[in-house]
Design a protein around this ligand. Structure first.
Ligand SMILES: NC(=O)c1ccc[n+]([C@@H]2O[C@H](COP(=O)([O-])OP(=O)(O)OC[C@H]3O[C@@H](n4cnc5c(N)ncnc54)[C@H](O)[C@@H]3O)[C@@H](O)[C@H]2O)c1
Length: 349
């Protein structure tokens, strides 16, 4: 449906969870497109998983990988000078809310300096569209649900959230000043096979296998809009193909071709229900035995700094502009994750 043939597409974060899925799909569905993947392959989590994702590209001829740090302006400029990308999708970032308490430097480097370098490169080597990852965390402790892009998001509760909100502000300024079409996407808790080990579904699975206790925050009174990775990728691809229009305002100056959308399941699940489905699927996939004593491996604990009790996406704008909203159920998504986990760690661990 979206034909990117003839386009050069830079996707950063391609050794990462979402970036690897996106790059693979774009390459396979658009043999006439060229995808340049970029990632530092940092060791925030198991590098083997990143190498595994990169192995998907071994026989894909229209993919080229460059290893480097977003904060290294020289290498970013070299890439833009060499390839002149038509579309840029910036997914590389230091992710995770809790780690921003431990290692704030990584967030400033990747999410602020790195994103600034991308913006500057888009300024000097004009692109058709810059798409970048924001996050549901920008909604902070927003009480009003569902979260709408019209809500005020000036109260981040983690450094991670503050950097993502800053990305939106920086993108707005660059869109206005240099007429760069940009779209920010606020993703809501993305999960799936070959996902991120620092996220609950993956971390819980690792702990349960090792016989450790899992900690369920806010005594289980959390609701999360879990979004399956294929839905996120579908949303990104539709957005990539349609840049915000360039228009002039009444003063004759360009209006910023700037948009922000939520991509979330719009169907928040209670954390305890989520854990129950995960348990059932781990048993079904034979990751854990039928008689596993889940009750003695669960601990209900208070809320952690930086966490929020609920995330819930209003996806009306995404649906109105792109005719799409995520639909994968938690049951299907966690089943795919459990089956992948069994196969991957069955063979590799
Ligand atoms: N997964 C989610 O639930 C979620 C939710 C909201 C927003 N996001 C955002 O979506 C994007 C992709 O997330 P993901 O889940 O795939 O995370 P990920 O950690 O799996 O992928 C990010 C990749 O970026 C790379 N990276 C980090 N710093 C870098 C730097 N300075 N230079 C070059 N590469 C660097 C990492 O090596 C990693 O492979 C991120 O921007 C993240 O903040 C993710």
């Amino acid at each position: 449906m979206n034909n990117f043939d003839g386009k050069k597409i830079l996707i950063t974060g391609t050794a990462g969870f979402i970036g690897s899925y996106l790059a693979k799909r774009v390459c396979l569905e658009n043999s006439g497109a060229k995808v340049i993947g970029f990632d530092s392959i940092n060791d925030y989590y198991d590098v083997k998983l990143k190498e595994h994702r990169l192995s998907w590209f071994e026989n894909i001829p229209n993919f080229e990988f460059v290893k480097g740090n977003l904060a290294d302006k020289k290498i970013i400029n070299q890439i833009f000078e060499k390839y002149h990308p038509d579309i840029v999708v910036n997914l590389a970032a230091q992710a995770g809310v809790r780690y921003s308490i431990e290692n704030p430097d990584a967030y400033i480097e990747a999410n602020l300096i790195g994103f600034y370098n991308i913006l500057e490169a888009c300024r000097h080597y004009p692109v058709e569209h810059l798409v970048y990852a924001s996050s549901s965390s920008v909604y902070g402790g927003n009480k009003k649900v569902p979260f709408s892009t019209d809500d005020k998001v000036d109260n981040p509760v983690s450094l991670y959230a503050a950097t993502k909100k800053s990305n939106e502000l920086l993108a707005h300024a660059y869109s206005k000043l240099y007429n760069i079409p940009s779209t920010g996407l606020r993703f809501f808790t993305v999960y799936g096979p070959a996902g991120r080990p620092d996220m609950a579904y993956f971390g819980f699975t690792n702990k349960l296998i090792n016989g450790e206790k899992i900690q369920i925050y806010n005594f289980g009174n959390c609701r999360r809009d879990f979004t399956y990775v294929d839905d996120i990728v579908e949303g990104i691809i539709r957005v990539m193909a349609k840049a915000p229009e360039k228009k002039d305002g009444e003063d004759g100056l360009p209006l910023p071709p700037y948009k922000v959308y939520n991509i979330g399941n719009s169907n928040p699940e209670n954390l305890l229900d989520f854990v129950k489905i995960l348990q059932e699927e781990l048993v079904r996939a034979e990751v854990l035995p039928q008689d596993y004593d889940f009750e003695s491996h669960k601990e209900l604990v208070p809320m952690q700094p930086g966490d929020v009790p609920v995330t819930y996406a209003d996806t009306t704008d995404l649906y109105n502009d792109f005719g799409f909203k995520p639909t994968t159920s938690l049951r299907t998504g966690l089943r795919n994750f459990a089956e992948w986990y069994k196969q991957f760690y069955g063979e590799i661990k």
